[in-house]
Write a protein that binds this ligand. Structure first.
Ligand SMILES: *[C@@H]1O[C@H](CO)[C@@H](O)[C@H](O)[C@H]1NC(C)=O
Ligand SMILES: *[C@@H]1O[C@H](CO)[C@@H](O)[C@H](O)[C@H]1NC(C)=O
Ligand SMILES: *[C@@H]1O[C@H](CO)[C@@H](O)[C@H](O)[C@H]1NC(C)=O
Length: 548
């Protein structure tokens, strides 16, 4: 592509989509050629809709060995070198252990009324068990919660966001069934010490990542690569731990504390590549069952794994010479115990994939991808964020919300959504401003046009922070953090203003207009926007030029 073509493509992409009343609307990342689906929807969210922002303990706190905190698997994994980009660690991270008041002030300035953070298990229980309760660690979270409440910000607390006490890993971690008791002890301690001020608990953040990246490919702590075998044991123990902690709350704490306990799962949206081809439709659905259904089917449906997982893993296990399925079984009693153990569905959503069928592969060694048997891929034309895996596809979040609603009929909270940039100093973070407006707009469509029960939205993240195996090379924050400065100063990026405005308006209100603004209500389809057609046609022509 020569410079002229590039200029044309860019100026074309930057043409604002102008409404019929010529009010500037929004520059949709117009790569998808479906202007009707992608038309911007003005309107507000239901009353009481929750606007939040999220972080997690290992990614922001630092103080990795202060005041009696125990070692976590992420301390071990990052410090041993060779596992994280540039050998970065979370030893100091954003230093939020010392700077939490400043963080709360940032939230207050944004108009945030909710904040999702996680408790570091080894900070409150250094060896993972009740043998030693670290009161200094408890005090830190009490102070944080009190500071939040003083500023009218409600805590949403994640119990497990990946920083397992190393002492528990040393006896097998999630692969050892005794973890269920240890996790329940930890959860109950948190209900006891913090529960009177915490109305939302999230038992696990992204169990799929813990399982696959931590125990399947070893890309995340604890760095185990036992794909196709240990992953299913780990998942089994996580589901049982979740169910147990939910029952503990339901039996003893709900009446006193009146909160809700849910679980947060992540998945890329998976779209059939050819939506008229039944094989593609089945492949996309199977992919989502292996991703969400793995956890959500036992918890929200019938207490057991999805049928498609049970049959596929059983038949491949047999072909591979295993005497029984690599997927463990729940007893009838356990199914009964699992069923209905979440008050809400937490969704972390970032990107989208296309799905197609692949030929069955029953060869050894066993593996999750062989069990799942789906070919996934992206459209290279989709805009890429600062993380190579993160293609910007706003309509994907609407489609996955519809899929979750159709499967489980539960209240949904978007507990993470956001976008990364590379490690550059950039306060006018245009990509993030566009991303938030576009994705949040698709959440609005899911509510207003599709009738999905979405109750909250959480922007990831409040701050640039330690992005796991990518270290500090990728920035997801609405606030820039200077990791070279010992003071770790925070500076608001422009996306702070964009998100604050959405919060203040509880959605998207059309600015001063001579004609009455069109507010879409339930079931009324958005009208097609003429100029977005033009933009699209312009883009189509240019993409032809591009490919020639
Ligand atoms: C990271 O640590 C590993 C293991 O100690 C070492 O081999 C490698 O050179 C280090 N990489 C950088 C970028 O420092
Ligand atoms: C499982 O954990 C317990 C402690 O909770 C430990 O005594 C036992 O040895 C562990 N089992 C294995 C196989 O590591
Ligand atoms: C949750 O607790 C309530 C009140 O004690 C009880 O009626 C209900 O059966 C419990 N739910 C489950 C699934 O155990």
């Amino acid at each position: 592509m020569d410079l002229l073509q590039m200029t044309l493509v860019f100026s074309c992409l930057l043409i604002p989509v102008i409404g019929l009343d010529e009010e500037p609307e929004f520059v949709y990342p117009d790569r998808f050629n479906d202007p009707e689906r992608d038309a911007f929807l003005y309107g507000t969210f239901p009353e009481g809709f929750i606007w939040s922002s999220a972080t997690s303990s290992y990614q922001i706190e630092g103080a990795w060995n202060e005041d009696g905190k125990g070692e976590s698997i992420w301390d071990r994994f990052s410090q041993e070198g060779g596992n994280v980009e540039n050998n970065d660690t979370g030893d100091v991270a954003c230093d939020s252990y010392h700077k939490y008041k400043e963080d709360v002030a940032l939230m207050k300035a944004m108009g945030l009324k909710y904040y999702r953070f996680s408790i570091s298990w080894p900070r409150v229980l250094p060896d993972g068990t009740l043998n030693n309760v670290n009161e200094a660690g408890i005090a830190y979270y009490n102070n944080l919660i009190d500071e939040l409440r003083l500023n009218d910000i409600t805590p949403m607390v994640t119990l497990y966001h990946w920083d397992l006490p190393q002492a528990l890993q040393d006896v097998g971690g999630w692969a050892n069934e005794t973890i269920i008791d240890h996790y329940n002890d930890y959860a109950e301690l948190c209900y006891q010490r913090f529960g009177s001020r915490v109305p939302f608990w999230i038992t696990f953040n992204e169990p799929w990542i813990v399982t696959l990246l931590g125990h399947g490919v070893g890309y995340f702590a604890p760095g185990i690569s036992e794909d196709g075998t240990t992953i299913y044991v780990v998942a089994h123990n996580i589901i049982k731990s979740h169910a147990r902690a939910w029952h503990t709350y339901n039996d003893t704490y709900r009446q006193l504390q009146n909160g809700q306990v849910g679980i947060t799962m992540n998945s890329d949206h998976v779209e059939p590549y050819d939506s008229t081809n039944q094989d593609h439709i089945d492949a996309a659905d199977r992919c989502l069952q292996f991703h969400f259904g793995w956890w959500a089917n036992p918890i929200f449906k019938n207490g057991d794994y999805p049928e498609v997982m049970k049959t596929s893993i059983a038949s491949k296990s047999a072909a591979q010479g295993f005497t029984k399925s690599r997927l463990p079984e729940f007893t009838e009693e356990e199914k009964e115990y699992n069923r209905g153990t979440a008050d809400f569905f937490g969704l972390n959503q970032y990107t989208t994939l296309y799905a197609n069928n692949t030929p069955d592969d029953e060869s050894n060694p066993p593996g999750y991808l062989k069990d799942r048997n789906v070919l996934t891929f992206v459209d290279e034309d989709w805009e890429t964020a600062g993380s190579s895996w993160l293609k910007i596809v706003p309509w994907g979040i609407r489609n996955i919300l519809k899929w979750i609603d159709s499967q489980y009929h539960v209240p949904i909270y978007v507990t993470e959504n956001g976008v990364s940039t590379h490690d550059v100093y950039e306060l006018d973070d245009v990509i993030r401003q566009k991303y938030y407006r576009a994705y949040i707009n698709e959440v609005l469509k899911a509510i207003k046009l599709d009738g999905v029960d979405v109750r909250g939205y959480t922007a990831w993240s409040l701050l640039d922070n330690f992005e796991w195996a990518s270290g500090y090379s990728e920035r997801f924050g609405m606030h820039y953090v200077d990791f070279n400065d010992p003071e770790r100063p925070r500076t608001a990026k422009e996306s702070v203003n964009v998100y604050s405005k959405i919060i203040a308006d509880n959605g998207f209100i059309k600015e001063v207009s001579t004609t009455p603004a069109t507010q879409y209500t339930t079931a009324s389809a958005p009208s097609i926007n003429i100029l977005s057609h033009i933009t699209c046609i312009c883009f189509c022509i240019l993409s032809n030029v591009w490919t020639q």
